[in-house]
Design a protein around this ligand. Structure first.
Ligand code: SF4
Length: 214
């Protein structure tokens, strides 16, 4: 909590996840893999402007047409496939009703999302935390880099081990978990890069060692 407080004091509440409703958040979580958010915004705009921001529209859309709309997000053919896989799952299990799909428990959502081709652990947890509004902690490369450098995890620890640290030590508070991950991303983008900028980082006063981990 002390680390969170230090980041919050610097950056303020991050208001994550940007997106207009649960479907857009899910689509954004899938499109944001390996690209920056500005590119995702352009792809989301294209989908909105084409009247394609619905489960039914994406499900019915031809792969090439969908790939063209999301082209700004990069890796558009792969991402179109992933998006279609996700949407097909929602459509098959909840008859196009994204609200019903997301109303399940964390465990049920993990079981539904994890087998979808192209939805990794981080994307599944992002959808559960930010779109379904269920408490699950999201781990990404920034989280691992910061925690290793601060001696809180080992570089070889896996996703579940890192996630367990947050979920065991923090109070179960949906807004805290949502904003904690957002604060970590802010630190990771601005300071804790492969070449760290510890001077001026909000976590500078916490013990750290950047000598080995990139
Ligand atoms: S103080 Fe250094 S190691 Fe710690 S988060 Fe900031 S940049 Fe990374």
């Amino acid at each position: 909590m002390e680390m969170y407080d230090a980041m919050f004091e610097r950056f303020g509440h991050q208001g994550w996840w940007p997106g207009d409703g649960p479907l857009e958040i899910c689509v954004g979580a899938i499109l944001t893999q390996n690209t920056n958010w500005a590119n995702v915004e352009k792809a989301l705009d294209n989908l909105r402007n084409a009247g394609a921001m619905s489960v039914a529209a994406i499900n019915e859309m031809d792969h090439d047409a969908l790939a063209e709309l999301i082209r700004p997000a990069g890796y558009f053919n792969i991402k179109a496939k992933r998006l279609k896989n996700f949407i097909a799952c929602v459509s098959a299990s909840c008859d196009d009703d994204i609200g019903a799909f997301l109303s399940r428990s964390v465990l049920a959502l993990q079981e539904e999302l994890m087998p979808i081709n192209g939805i990794g652990r981080e994307t599944a947890d992002s959808i559960i935390l930010y779109a379904a509004q269920r408490p699950t902690f999201v781990i990404d490369r920034y989280t691992c880099r910061i925690l290793v450098r601060h001696g809180l995890i080992h570089p070889e620890d896996d996703y579940e081990q890192v996630k367990d640290i947050f979920e065991s030590y923090l109070p179960e508070d949906l807004d805290l978990w949502k904003d904690y991950h957002a604060q970590i991303v802010a630190v990771g983008k601005e300071f804790c890069r492969p070449k760290p900028k510890c001077a001026g980082c909000p976590l500078e006063s916490f013990p750290h060692d950047c000598s080995e981990y990139q």
